[in-house]
Each structure stands twice: as C-alpha cells, then as structure tokens.
Design a binder for this molecule. Structure first.
Ligand SMILES: Cc1cc2nc3c(=O)[nH]c(=O)nc-3n(C[C@H](O)[C@H](O)[C@H](O)COP(=O)(O)O)c2cc1C
Length: 195
C-alpha cells in the first residue's frame, strides 16, 4: 500500500493533477506512476544492509580525492566489471569523470572513523592522517582496507542525480579482518564473522 506521501499521478498532459516535478520521467506516458517521497525512499533503501567502501582517484593535479560509498556492485565476471554510483554534487565527481579510473577500498570493521571522514564534504584534505599508498596505476589505496579493486572506467551512465561508472578491474587484492556494515543509517559489524 503506497504511503500517504506517495501520490498517484496520471502522466498525461490532460490531468490537472499533473505537476511535472512529481513525474519520474519528463516525457508524458500513459502509465500510472507512484512517486515516493525522498525520505521514504531513503528509509526503505536503508533496510538493504551493505558493506562500505571509499572510492578514490586523483584529480588533474595528482591530488588524491575520494568519498564514502555503498552503491557498489559487481557487474560481470568475464570481463571483470564492477559499477559505482556517484552523486553529481560530490566534490570527487569531476575527477572521476576526467580521470577515467578509480579504486574501490572495501572498509574493515575498525574503519568507521575513516568512513565518517570521507562521508563529509566540509573537510579540505580528507586524506590527512589517513594512511594510504599510491598504486602503480596512480590510485590512492587506503592501508588496512579489507579489499582493494583498481578499475579503468569503460562506461558511464547518467541516471537522475547520480552517474553510474562501470569499471574494468585491472587489479584486486584482499587484506585480513571483518567487514564494516551499514544498515538503517548505522554502522555495524558482522557478529561471528570468521577472519
Ligand atoms: C554509508 C554511506 C554510503 C554512501 N554511499 C554513497 C554512494 O554510493 N554514492 C554517493 O555519491 N554518495 C554516497 N554517500 C554520501 C557521500 O559519502 C557524501 O555525500 C560525501 O560527503 C561526498 O563527499 P564529497 O562531496 O567530498 O565528494 C554515502 C555516505 C555514507 C555515510
């Protein structure tokens, strides 16, 4: 049952109920659409427990840049492809577009502090005090991460207020430890996880 905030709208130009900004798609369509309010959408999405990553790359002046992200997924095994989704408002977005490569640092259970730091826009240099290594590909790899994947961007798809970057994995390795988990807006650990 759609929540009271959800509006049942008819997406054809004759209905006075139409208010274009509620339409999921700009062009008129004969389909009935249920549009969910942003807070409801985020609340529901929060029920999908995920790991936490930090996406990193370098900008045109070879300065490392990065952000906390959970919109990360495998796409294909052969070729080895993954995807990440990045908000167009992210400070790292221009460098990800221009640099055509990125690293996915999968965080360990004891890296909640690093995750909070990279989830903040206000910090000038997020890497200050965060140990990392520049890989042969020129990508910043955070020390003590659970896994690193280094990717060359092979495709980008603009969807809504984010862009999907598809990366071909050029190199990948794992470290020891347990994963950091994010569920319903909180950080957590996997209980009883074996190393
Ligand atoms: C657990 C968690 C997951 C997040 N996942 C994403 C994501 O997948 N994509 C994204 O663009 N922002 C995501 N964010 C928000 C960014 O980390 C946040 O907006 C950050 O401030 C962006 O930094 P920047 O503007 O310096 O690039 C996430 C934040 C948290 C705490």
């Amino acid at each position: 049952m759609p929540s009271p905030q959800a509006r049942r709208v008819r997406s054809d130009s004759s209905s006075p109920l139409i208010c274009r900004r509620f339409l999921a798609f700009a062009e008129p369509s004969c389909y009935i659409r249920t549009v969910i309010a942003a807070d409801d959408f985020r609340h529901v999405l929060g029920h999908f427990a995920t790991g936490v990553t930090i996406l990193t790359t370098c900008d045109g002046d070879a300065r490392p840049t990065g952000l906390t992200a959970s919109a990360f997924s495998s796409v294909s095994l052969d070729p080895p492809l993954v995807l990440i989704c990045v908000d167009h408002k992210s400070q790292s977005y221009p460098a990800l577009v221009a640099g055509k490569q990125f690293a996915v640092n999968v965080l360990c259970h004891d890296q909640e502090g690093v995750s909070r730091r990279f989830a903040t826009t206000k910090i000038e240099n997020k890497f200050e005090g965060v140990p990392f290594t520049l890989s042969p590909m020129g990508l910043p790899l955070l020390d003590n991460a659970l896994a690193h994947l280094e990717c060359a961007t092979v495709n980008v798809h603009l969807e809504g207020d984010h862009t999907i970057f598809v990366g071909r994995v050029e190199s990948a390795r794992t470290g020891g430890g347990h994963p950091l988990v994010y569920y319903r807006g909180r950080y957590d650990r996997l209980s009883g996880a074996t190393p």
